[in-house]
Design a protein around this ligand. Structure first.
Ligand code: SAM
Length: 216
């Protein structure tokens, strides 16, 4: 995917204002995000990056879980990021929320000990997934952890069939590696160890998996 090109949260920009409502109404959003936070073991003093933070729901939950943590959210879409900024301001939650151009993450090597990401990777074609994973590996510190929630290959044919709704919406190319169950392998290829699917959620759009990995 070239610089600045991206698939918006609900495929079409005009749906962005409805994102929080639609995701909350159609997906077990809070369960997935709570689970992602639980597997991330966030503590005060942690340095956390929420990659593809969207409207900031997970970013805010991370800060609420560990108020002493330093929490940053980043997203390629300035419009959705503005919603995150408004939400954080309303809740008086202190976060660093950044827009970037989708190429190099604007952080030094070893800046974070946790990177979390929810429902972003199925928006990225395989080359971009690899580039993003290499960037996440770079900005994590030496014992850092990556925790991703995203669509993966289910053992259930019903869930695999349902994922075609998302594939039709977000595109068959970006969702290809997800549908084939290749995300854990791509994470390993980026240099991560102990890559493991920790939990699976059946949803009306296919199976969402929590994948955890360590940089050792
Ligand atoms: C389905 S939304 C998920 C938002 C949020 N993480 C959540 O769980 O509610 C996907 C997000 O990925 C972002 N995104 C897409 N391509 C991106 C990229 N290359 N780098 C960073 N964010 C990206 C979109 O702007 C959007 O906010």
């Amino acid at each position: 995917m070239s610089k600045n090109k991206f698939i918006p949260a609900l495929r079409f920009k005009w749906l962005t204002p409805l994102y929080d409502f639609l995701i909350g109404a159609t997906m077990p959003e809070i369960n997935i995000k709570q689970s992602l936070i639980k597997f991330s073991y966030l503590t005060d003093g942690a340095t956390v990056l929420d990659f593809g933070c969207g409207t900031g729901t997970l970013t805010i939950m991370a800060k609420e879980t560990a108020p002493g943590a330093n929490v940053t959210g980043i997203d390629i879409d300035v419009e959705i990021l503005n919603k995150a900024i408004d939400k954080a301001r309303e809740k008086e939650i202190e976060l660093l929320l950044l827009n970037y151009d989708g190429t190099k993450l604007p952080f030094q090597n070893y800046s974070f000990n946790r990177v979390i990401s929810c429902l972003v990777f199925h928006h990225l074609d395989t080359d971009t997934k690899q580039r993003v994973l290499a960037e996440i590996f770079r900005v994590l510190n030496k014992t850092g952890q990556l925790h991703i929630a995203d669509f993966g290959r289910s053992n259930s044919w019903i869930q695999r069939t349902l994922f075609n709704i998302i594939r039709g919406l977000d595109g068959f190319k970006p969702t290809d590696a997800n549908a084939k169950g290749l995300l854990p392998e791509l994470i390993s290829d980026a240099g991560f160890e102990n890559v493991e699917i920790k939990k699976r959620f059946k949803t009306m759009f296919g199976e969402v998996q929590i994948i955890s990995a360590e940089k050792i």
